[in-house]
Design a protein around this ligand. Structure first.
Ligand SMILES: CC(C)(COP(=O)(O)OP(=O)(O)OC[C@H]1O[C@@H](n2cnc3c(N)ncnc32)[C@H](O)[C@@H]1OP(=O)(O)O)[C@@H](O)C(=O)NCCC(=O)NCCS
Length: 210
């Protein structure tokens, strides 16, 4: 079987963790050939997680062969701007799922969605494109997640929750059932969300307050 070429945008901490995710997918089933990183801040030729930085993100515009790209950027707004700027039709954004993640029934994931180790998604869950669901997070039944949402490690979303586009949910936060988190909102690490969260607002604490 021929391997599929894949590049990682972002050579920082999250990008390195995505290199580990791909490595662990390959250990289970050899699928990907990591060609390297693209990063605007790290010089080309730098070695990161055993792979070279190949250039700046804008260099992806010149790629003239089919290339899979995964985005290792944890800020939803930065991530959204970056993916919107990539218009080269040769670039595809695959869905990556760690072999230990539990993906249940009726799960509809958008392009570029990343599900890392230990996450559990139960039933009737829909995500937009470029969603990150990070380590050991649980997503309950009938949850809808918008595009470029970043769910940090150990987050719990209860049933019928709706997360709009470009939301950040910090490490260890929980969202109670039936709630909506407005687009661009940030939920602080460790927060327990018990009420709707307005768009572009920041909430934190237990119970979460603006
Ligand atoms: C809530 C959050 C988005 C706010 O970011 P910010 O606007 O830059 O806030 P600041 O760091 O300037 O902190 C402002 C105040 O809120 C407090 N604070 C920050 N985050 C908090 C949190 N999660 N819970 C409770 N209080 C928090 C700070 O101590 C500070 O208090 P002070 O004014 O009394 O000193 C951010 O702190 C957060 O929790 N981000 C998630 C990070 C995360 O999960 N990273 C995962 C990496 S894998």
């Amino acid at each position: 079987m021929s391997l599929k070429d894949i590049a990682i945008i972002g050579a920082g901490g999250l990008g390195k963790e995505i290199a580990v995710l791909i490595h662990q997918i390959n250990q289970k089933e050899l699928t990907w050939n990591v060609i390297g990183f693209y990063d605007d801040a790290v010089p080309s030729g730098t070695k990161v997680a055993g792979h070279l930085v190949l250039g700046k993100v804008s260099d992806l515009g010149k790629v003239d062969y089919n290339l899979n790209v995964v985005v290792g950027i944890g800020d939803p707004v930065v991530k959204s701007k970056m993916v919107t700027a990539i218009t080269n039709p040769k670039i595809s954004f695959p869905i990556l799922i760690h072999p230990t993640a539990g993906v249940g029934l009726g799960i509809d994931l958008g392009a570029g969605t990343i599900i890392t180790a230990g996450c559990q998604l139960t039933i009737d869950i829909k995500t937009g494109s470029h969603v990150l669901i990070n380590l050991n997070s649980t997503i309950g039944h009938d949850v809808t997640v918008g595009s470029c949402v970043c769910i940090m490690p150990g987050v719990h979303l209860s049933g019928f929750v709706t997360i709009e586009d470009q939301v950040l949910i910090g490490t260890g936060a929980s969202v109670l059932q039936n709630l909506r988190i407005g687009s661009g909102a940030r939920v602080g690490a460790g927060a327990i969300v018990t009420r709707e969260v307005e768009r572009d607002s920041t909430v934190k604490g237990v119970p979460a307050k603006q």
